[in-house]
Design a binder for this molecule. Structure first.
Ligand SMILES: NC(=O)c1ccc[n+]([C@@H]2O[C@H](COP(=O)([O-])OP(=O)(O)OC[C@H]3O[C@@H](n4cnc5c(N)ncnc54)[C@H](O)[C@@H]3O)[C@@H](O)[C@H]2O)c1
Length: 339
């Protein structure tokens, strides 16, 4: 078992990495004695509910199963879960456990943050993306028709328990999605190396990524400065994701975005060919399909409506070097020229 401790302003919480769910009861019993609502999606329920329930047999448990996919992260399900808690007489001593990817995690975290002004939130992330990214840092949210993550709160979990064997059932698309974020960490910090990304054992790789994200979220919990660097590759990545009609996974789009950012950074900083090769080699170590079939005009039109484009300029996260990342406010004409 590996354990990482994360300090948030309201509490310090553990992220536990274990092969299976066998240590879940021990960890939960140390911090919680109320009743628990366990929320799954349709894919995670058949895979994990019997293991999770066996571990938590001493607790009064209720279960809700939601449809899988981004559409589930909506206000209707948020209200539905709040009502479910109220109808079942949940009080401040009770809690919510999310078993699933970032969708179930973001939704349950937000429910827990607001029900009776905050009840215990526990998480078992089961996608690579949620293990390395959404489960740490306390961002919770639901989407509105007007845009993603528009309603939410910063709310730290009390425990994150990762059973690494739960990742074995992930599709190739979901693995690639997580790897896009994993490779991002290798650009942010030397704590994740090319060798780790290429050949690392999964538990070790997840822990190394979490250690990088931990630094950012502990230094800038409420996302007012440094934490923005975690968005490396995301501005162009989101544009590709949206233009493709979400045909590609989020993480693959992040990798495509990082590829473009390498090109832009090389021109902006005047990097040598050798430096460019080094940066590209790191990105290419997982054989992502980095092609982008959209013109720079199409990309820019999406970037402009992205929330980061204010008064004709966009905040871009550029790569001065590996582990040397900079936020640069760039006029859109300059971006057009560099693209
Ligand atoms: N809070 C944050 O800081 C943060 C950071 C990054 C992303 N996010 C959010 O995370 C969400 C995306 O998360 P995601 O990529 O985990 O998507 P997801 O939760 O939709 O999961 C992806 C798919 O994998 C399935 N699945 C989950 N675990 C599985 C398993 N072990 N085996 C087989 N299938 C499994 C799900 O049912 C779903 O179909 C987005 O809503 C995004 O906004 C939040």
């Amino acid at each position: 078992m590996k354990v990482l401790s994360v300090k948030a302003s309201k509490r310090e919480y553990e992220i536990v990495l274990e092969k299976d769910f066998s240590r879940l009861s021990e960890k939960v019993e140390k911090l919680f004695h109320g009743k628990l609502l366990i929320v799954y999606d349709q894919n995670t329920h058949p895979l994990f509910s019997s293991d999770v329930k066996r571990q938590l047999a001493n607790y009064e448990l209720l279960e809700v199963i939601l449809p899988a996919g981004e559409d589930t992260k909506n206000i209707e399900n948020y209200v539905r879960l709040l009502s479910f808690l109220a109808e079942n007489n949940f009080t401040r001593g009770d809690g919510v456990l999310a078993v699933g990817g970032g969708v179930i995690g973001d939704l349950c975290g937000f429910v827990a943050s607001t029900y009776m002004r905050g009840i215990t939130y526990l998480a078992c992330p089961t996608t690579l993306l949620s293990c390395v990214d959404s489960s740490i840092g306390g961002k919770t949210a639901v989407n509105l028709a007007e845009g993603k993550n528009l309603v939410g709160a910063f709310y730290a979990p009390s425990l994150v328990y990762i059973a690494t064997s739960s990742l074995e059932s992930l599709s190739q698309r979901e693995i690639e999605c997580g790897l896009g974020e994993v490779v991002k960490y290798a650009f942010l910090d030397k704590g994740v190396t090319l060798e780790d990304v290429k050949n690392g054992e999964v538990e070790d790789l997840i822990l190394k990524c979490l250690e990088v994200k931990k630094k950012y979220v502990e230094n800038d919990e409420f996302d007012r400065g440094e934490r923005a660097k975690l968005n490396l590759g995301h501005t162009i990545g989101h544009a590709v994701e949206s233009l493709s009609g979400y045909a590609f996974s989020h993480g693959l789009c992040v990798a495509k975005g990082i590829d473009k950012i390498i090109d832009i950074s090389c021109k902006f900083y005047g990097h040598s060919e050798e430096k460019k090769k080094e940066l590209k080699a790191l990105l290419n170590c997982k054989d992502f399909d980095l092609s982008i079939d959209f013109s720079k005009q199409e990309l820019l039109s999406k970037i402009k409506i992205d929330k980061k484009a204010e008064s004709g300029a966009v905040s871009l996260i550029l790569i001065k070097d590996i582990a040397n990342i900079e936020v640069v406010k760039m006029p859109l004409e300059k971006l057009m020229e560099l693209m």
